[in-house]
Design a protein around this ligand. Structure first.
Ligand code: PLP
Length: 411
């Protein structure tokens, strides 16, 4: 008999986006002429920049000739891309890495979901709450989180680190010992960041407790304030305890093209039950080369072009476009009396729903009265209740229109 992994049966349905789609469809049926604006999506909308497209075209032509054709990429990625990543994203900030500490992959989603495989089943996991759901669900599938309680919206063995307006979205250190800590900054969904000093507390905690920080920096390119760290390795000691995830999805529009990378420094250790230290880099290399067969050559050449002078200039323009949308949303909503967070170092705006509205009631109100779709905060975890996420990835025209409409709604 083929037994199933029963941990999968414990997962709650992916209720959030299905429920949004159901509500929007029902509304459309009743109001077929309504012009609905979607500011809920986390996907980018502007095309790949010309420098990337040109590099992809050149690489495609190489694939057409026997002399320049490439088959399998090294599983870890091509040196031409890894070298640019190290020089541009790390050396420029005083961080040294060797080439075998960087792993090119098809996405930060798969890497953040898969990394837990190299850790033992008994580790205690901590996540900030609200959270990007992939960290939670992937650990639940591996059986690390106990049972899901639908009344509280919590897993019995998961440590939740609430991030709300009350603590300025700064997670407090856990009161019980944890082993794997997921941090995402700039944060999805709250759009907030941590300073170097605030991150240092987590690095120190991890060093003291032999824990590992899984740091998701997928939105690093949206940081505008110079004092905010772009990489966790800007924090002293982090190379001993942190794995960092980066992606070309949000900085360069690769959501459909697929390219990302993960940094696993050789100095980051896990431990055997008998207390022996093991390099996580070796385990991840083993996992990655066994289960992944490399990102397409054409795509890696496209990602390389992100680091060219024109590529940098062009992606900066795209990011500035989205960040102007973020400013329009943030300032527009604040001027109408709503409490807004994020949107300064991130494309996400997190707002406190007005008195009398929970996340879903606010969703319904915006859909019905402004024909605007956002994402209810409670969908990202129990501490998201009473909050709502809007994104800056829409067109300028729709963003302006949506905010004007929301401003005219009486709550
Ligand atoms: N990490 C966070 C926090 C995200 O919000 C997303 C996408 O929305 C990802 C990772 C996924 O990135 P990728 O497209 O590289 O898989």
């Amino acid at each position: 008999m083929a037994y199933v992994n029963e941990n999968y049966l414990k997962l709650p349905g992916s209720y959030l986006f299905a429920n949004i789609a159901r509500k929007v469809n029902a509304f459309k049926q009743e109001h077929p002429d309504a012009d609905i604006i979607r500011l809920g999506i986390g996907d980018v909308t502007l095309p790949l920049v010309p420098a990337v497209i040109e590099a992809i075209h050149r690489a495609t032509d190489e694939m057409a000739k026997a002399e320049t054709f490439r088959g399998y990429s090294p599983e870890q990625g091509y040196d031409f891309l890894i070298e640019k990543i190290i020089r541009h994203d790390y050396n420029s900030r005083g961080i040294e890495l060797s080439k075998d500490e960087v792993f090119i992959s098809d996405g930060a989603k798969s890497d953040t979901a898969n990394m837990q495989e190299i850790f033992g089943p008994d580790n205690v996991v901590a996540v900030t709450d609200p959270v990007y759901p992939v960290y939670v669900d992937s650990n639940a599938m591996a059986g690390r989180l106990g049972d899901y309680d639908s009344k509280t919206g919590k897993w019995t063995n998961l440590v939740y680190l609430p991030c709300t307006a009350e603590n300025n979205f700064i997670p407090a250190l856990p009161d019980k010992k944890v082993d794997m800590i997921y941090l995402c900054y700039p944060n999805n969904p709250t759009g907030t960041t941590l300073t170097k000093e605030q991150l240092k507390e987590w690095v120190d905690y991890a060093r003291e407790n032999k824990a590992v920080i899984l740091f998701d920096a997928a939105y690093e390119a949206y940081i505008t304030q110079p004092e905010i760290p772009h990489s966790i390795y800007e924090i002293e000691g982090a190379k001993e305890v942190a794995i960092e995830f980066r992606s070309f999805s949000k900085n360069a529009g690769f959501t459909g093209t697929r390219c990302a990378y993960t940094v696993v420094p050789k100095s980051v250790k896990g431990y055997t039950k008998s207390g022996e230290a093991v390099e996580l880099n070796a385990l991840w290399n083993r996992r990655h080369s066994t289960k992944f067969n490399g990102v397409a050559y054409i795509v890696q050449r496209g990602a390389e072009a992100v680091y060219s002078e024109e590529g940098q200039r062009q992606i900066r323009e795209v990011i500035a476009y989205y960040m102007e949308n973020a400013r329009i949303i943030r300032e527009g909503l604040a001027s109408s009396g709503l409490k807004v967070f994020g949107g300064v170092n991130s494309p996400y705006i997190w707002l406190k729903t007005p008195e009398g509205y929970d996340s879903w009631q606010f969703f319904d109100k915006l859909l019905n009265n402004a024909h605007v779709v956002g994402t209810p905060g409670v969908g990202f975890g129990p501490s998201g209740e009473g909050y709502f996420r809007l994104t800056a990835f829409g067109s300028r025209e729709n963003t302006v229109k949506a905010i004007e409409r929301i401003k005219s709604v009486r709550f």
